[in-house]
Design a protein around this ligand. Sequence first.
Ligand SMILES: Cc1cc2nc3c(=O)[nH]c(=O)nc-3n(C[C@H](O)[C@H](O)[C@H](O)COP(=O)(O)OP(=O)(O)OC[C@H]3O[C@@H](n4cnc5c(N)ncnc54)[C@H](O)[C@@H]3O)c2cc1C
Length: 567
Amino acid sequence: MDTIKEDVIILGGGMAGLRAAVAAAEYDSKITIGLVSKLYPLRSHSVAAEGGTSAVLNAKDSFDLHAYDTIKGSDYLGDQDAIEEFVRLVPEQIYTTDHWGCPWSRNEDGTIAQRDFGALSFPRAVFAADKTGFHVMQTLYSRALMYPNIHFYNEYFATKLVVENNLFNAITTINIKTGDFVVFQGKSIVFAAGGAGRLYQFSTNAHFVTGDGDGIAYRAGIPLKDMEFMQFHPTGLVPSGILITEAARAEGGILLNNEKKRFMSTYAPNKLEKASRDVVSRAIMWEIEAGRGIKGEYGDMEYVYLDLTGISNLLDERLPMITEIAKKFNGIDAHTEPIPIHPAAHYTMGGIDSNVKTTTLYPNVFAVGENACVSIHGANRLGSNSTNECLALGNVAGKVAAEWAKSHDFASVSISSVNDEEKRIWEDLLKRNGGENVAKIRDDLRINLDKNVGVFRTEDLLQQGLKNIKSYQERYNRITIEDKSSKFNMELQWALELGFMLDLAEIINVGAIMRKESRGAHYRRDFPDRDDKNFMKHTIASYSVNGPQISYKPVVKTKWEPTVRSY
Ligand SMILES: Cc1cc2nc3c(=O)[nH]c(=O)nc-3n(C[C@H](O)[C@H](O)[C@H](O)COP(=O)(O)OP(=O)(O)OC[C@H]3O[C@@H](n4cnc5c(N)ncnc54)[C@H](O)[C@@H]3O)c2cc1C
C-alpha cells in the first residue's frame, strides 16, 4: 500500500474539479493540490456539455431575473439565498475564462454572444457553438497545467472516504493502471465527482457517470439531499440517448407528433418548446401515451420528432455538433429531416448536502458541481445552469479548501479503516463466487429505474421499483468477478460502481415514495399537485446499515413567494 500526501485533494477532473484546482493553486502557490480522477480529465462528462452557460452580462438583464427564473424553474424547492448569491458570482467566471482563452461565440461587434434557453426570461446563455463544455474544459485543463503545485493523478479510482472524529484524513483509491491500492492523505478534500445519470438505461450521460462521489460521501456519514429529483431531458436521440441540446429548441426547433402537429401549445401555451425540461418531458410522454408517438425503425421505443428544418440556415454555425450527431448516428440530415427524440435521464439535482460556500457536514470536506446539492436547482434544474455552477462554486470550493489546508495540519490516517477497505475489495468483493454477473445486475437496475422511477411515478410503480432494487442488492452479494487480474481490471471497477449505484437507487426510490406530491421532475400520478404545506422541504438521506434514514430540512425563502408554475 502506497500513501501520497497532498494538502488539498480534489476528487474529480471535470469542470467543477478543474476550476477548484486552479482556484486552490492561485490561492497559495505553496499549497499542493492532488487532483484524483478515475478518468483522464478531458474524458469527464463536462466535455459533453453543449448548449451554454447562463450569466447576467447585459444591462437589460438582471440578477433578480436570473434568480427568479432559477427559483421558478426549481418549482420553489431551490434555496433562494444560495441562488441570489450564485447568480452574482457567475459573470466574473465568464470573463475570467474568456481571458484564459475560452473561444466564446461572439456578436458582430465582438461582444460575447448570448442565446435563449428553456424557461429563461432573457436570452442569457453564453455559448461556444454547441460545444460549450469541450471549450471550457480545454481552457481549464490548459490553465491547470500551468500550476506546478497541481498534481494530476489520472485513472485512480476512489473507493472510500476515511474519516475520524468528523474530520476527513484520507481517501482510498485503486491505481487503475497497476491495480495498486493507494491512499491519498490530505488536509481537506473537494468532492467534484459528478452526477449519477447512468443509474438509468436511457441516459444522455457518459458511461462513467455512476454517482461514486455521492456513494462514497453517503457511506462516510455525509447526508445526501433531494435525490428523488432526477432530471429527464426532453430530447435524447433515439435509440442511443445522445443529447440533442435544448439550444436546438431555443434557436427555433419545434416538436411534432405522429400527425406532424406541433403539440406544445396544449401543455405550455406561452413558452411552447422553450418551457422547462420537466414540463416538456411530460408533454412528450403524454403525447406518446395518447397514441401520438411514432414507432419506427429504432426498436421498441416510441418517440416524437424534433424538427430543425425551419432553422436549417443556423445549423452549421450554431448547432454543428448535434447536426453531425444526427448524421453520424442516425443517418439523418437535420437540414431536411426531423430527428427522433424521447426524454432521457440527464441531470442529478440531488447530491451531497452542501451550500453556496460548498461546505458539508464535516468541516474539511467540500462539495461542488453535479456531485453537490446546494440547493440551486431544487426540483428541476434550468438548462445552462450547471456549467456556470461548476465555474462559480468551483472557484469558491478551491479557495475554501486551500484556506483550510493553510491553517491546519495533516491528521494521522486511520489505518484500521484503510485496512478494512483493502480487505473489502480484494478479499471480499473479488473473491465472491455466487455466479451473479455485474453487468447483468446493472442492466436490470437501469431498466427498473427507467420503468418504475421515471418521468411518471405512482405508489405501485415505486413499491415495485424498491422491491426490485432490494433483490439486486441481494444478488450483488453473490457476484462473481471473472477477471482476477490487477491491471486495468474494469470488471472490478464496475462492481465497485454498481455498489454505489445500488445505494443511490434505493435512496432515490425511498425519497420518491415518501414525497407524496408532484414537484419539478418528480411527478406522481397519484398526487399530481404540488403540496407546499407538507412538502416544501428538502429530503435528507443519511446512511444506516438498514438503508437510508430520511429526514427533512426547510427550504430557504428570501423574497419570492411560491405561486402556480406555468410556462
Ligand atoms: C450531454 C450533456 C450536455 C450538457 N450540456 C450542458 C450545457 O449546455 N450547459 C450546462 O450548464 N450544463 C450542461 N450539462 C450538465 C453539465 O455538463 C454537468 O452537470 C457538469 O459538466 C458536471 O460537471 P462535474 O465537474 O460536476 O462532473 P463531471 O464532468 O461528470 O466530472 C466528474 C469527475 O469525477 C471523476 N470521478 C467520478 N467518480 C470517481 C471515482 N470513483 N474516483 C475518481 N474519480 C472519480 C471523473 O473521473 C470525472 O473527472 C450537460 C450534461 C450532459 C450529460
